[in-house]
Design a protein around this ligand. Sequence first.
Ligand code: GZL
Length: 324
Amino acid sequence: MKTLYIRMGTLLFCLAAYALHEARSAEAAEVTVVGFSQVGAESDWRQANTQSMRKAFSEAKGYKLIIKDAQQRQSRQLAAIHGFVDQKVGFIVVAPVTEDGWDEALQKAKEANIPVIIVDRKIKARSEDLYTCWVGSDFRKEGDEAVAWMEKNLKADKDLFIVHLQGSMGSSAQIGRTEALLAGEGRNPAWRVVARDSGAFTQAKGKEAMERILKQHTRIDVLYCENDDMALGAMEAMDEAGRSYGVKGDVAVISFDATRAGLTATLQGKINYNVECNPLHGPRVEEIVRRLKKGEVQEKYFYVPEAAFDAAFFTQSELDAREY
Ligand code: GZL
């Protein structure tokens, strides 16, 4: 009889152990692996964008997020995409550094039946079928917003001397914001762009570009700067050159991104007008992944909501209320 009890106990223990193993295996199987090819860490905007993705694709929510920082080099992004396919991830997210050159890598993901979500900047693919959907900003609209403010607030009764600091050349953020200024120049004969240079969206290169320009131009009325990091670098250069800027200065400063540092400068009156570029793509992309897992069809393009901030009206409480 005692032997029988021992055998029954052993059997029950084995059944319990098996059930536990199965439960853990099932739980492990539920982890969704997401490969994220990120441009880099060139700006506060980019850091906020990465943080938004980390928060949305957390382990607590059943994800394993693999982030590859390309340091603004497309070759590294293409290698990351190939690597994600080889790793057989469940989904690939790409924040493309520039618009061209993605077809071959996206074709490999398509052949492996891995959905690709493009975020932030846009790409020019030979077919829209090479990616599932896109989440990001309307960069031309951002630029038009800034140019409309210039037309309304910077009355050009005489020539308006403009310095244009562009972002990473070939990125849709740079293309859209530049197109808007070019269109504004076409509508306003009094506008004269006296210098145009790229600061690659970084503070260091924005400062270097502005230092070169300040040596060549004594009169500057407007700095049209395609992101906050370059604007902060340009401000350093103007400080060192003894040039005034902002609401009470000689040079009106227009910037993009509305990062915390950029909006702090706006609150201080150092930036006259700041057009938001919303980096918080994580929640929307995670919602898309959840829907795709359920086989739901996605809208191809999703534009994140964005605002603009005028130093004349922006308040500390507005700044305190912002997520990034
Ligand atoms: C815009 C994004 C740009 C930001 C820059 O969506 O691609 O890249 O404006 C960032 O700050 O470097």
